[in-house]
Design a binder for this molecule. Structure first.
Ligand SMILES: Nc1ncnc2c1ncn2[C@@H]1O[C@H](COP(=O)(O)OP(=O)(O)OP(=O)(O)O)[C@@H](O)[C@H]1O
Length: 248
């Protein structure tokens, strides 16, 4: 077996449900007593190997985004351990981390530094990113002057052009107009065929089948099934059908 690039060992995450923002702020200084909580991930363990494409499926609120955010390092577990051995690019919150006052070109460097890339490497991929983003003269204008679609395009262009070891994709992400969307899909396919490890969250069974030979089914934060995508989708769809029948 090749090397595990992502390892989750008994990972759990509980969110505290605050009454309001004031209570959320107060909690920074005083631990709330008996707060309402929601366990978003419950004792999740798996290993993903270099070059695998793995789908994450499950109903709304199952914990899919929480799991992806932990891989990209924007959410943290309260229990368990996560090991990620490589450079992660995320097609999730594309505009996170941008400085609105800096130009698009400066933001390419800013994001590159955040990802731990060297100056010389960023220089090498800069033109490729600019070409992909199709922002014309706006690349040297402050990002605050961009439309939301333009910011997303820049975010997408950076993330897909840094030659990541792991690409994390939320299919619900919508980037730009139809022709740009097509270009993004093609680029994701190209990255997959280059052997990059991909984690793909989607509610669309067909697209999971198309991209991922293996899938993990989450229900209320727990891994219910982890295996061949056809088998995983069958377990998921059978459960949904049983739930529907119960309601009748
Ligand atoms: N910041 C937060 N504070 C409180 N609860 C949260 C927070 N983020 C997520 N949750 C809760 O954690 C659970 C898992 O959420 P998550 O977004 O990971 O689900 P998901 O499977 O990605 O859902 P969807 O398919 O709707 O995107 C949900 O019950 C959600 O309400």
């Amino acid at each position: 077996m090749s090397e595990a690039i992502i390892t989750f060992k008994n990972v759990s995450k509980t969110y505290i449900l605050y009454k309001n923002d004031q209570a959320r702020f107060k909690a920074l200084f005083f631990k709330p007593r008996n707060p309402k909580t929601n366990k978003a991930l419950n004792d999740v363990s798996f290993e993903i190997y270099r070059g695998e494409s793995v789908g994450i499926v499950g109903d709304n609120g199952a914990g899919k985004s929480t799991l992806l955010k932990m891989i990209t390092g924007v959410a943290f577990p309260d229990e368990g351990e996560i090991i990620v051995n490589g450079k992660v690019a995320a097609l999730l919150e594309l505009t996170a981390g941008f400085s609105m006052e800096m130009t698009g070109r400066e933001n390419i460097y800013l994001k590159g530094y955040i990802l731990g890339l060297e100056d010389a490497y960023i220089k090498q991929i800069e033109e490729r990113i600019i070409d992909f983003a199709e922002l014309g003269d706006y690349i040297d204008q402050p990002v605050r002057t961009y439309s939301s679609g333009m910011k997303m395009r820049l975010g997408f262009a950076i993330n897909v052009n840094i030659e990541p070891d792991v690409l994390v994709v939320d299919e619900a992400l919508s980037v730009g107009d139809a022709s740009f969307k097509r270009k993004c899909k093609d680029k994701i396919k190209e990255i997959i065929s280059a052997g990059t490890t991909v984690l793909y969250v989607s509610h669309n069974a067909e697209s999971v089948r198309e991209i991922c030979p293996r899938s993990i089914y989450l229900r209320k934060g727990t891994v219910i099934f982890d295996g061949n995508t056809d088998e995983t989708l069958k377990v998921y769809q059978d459960y949904k059908a049983a739930q529907k029948n119960k309601k009748k």
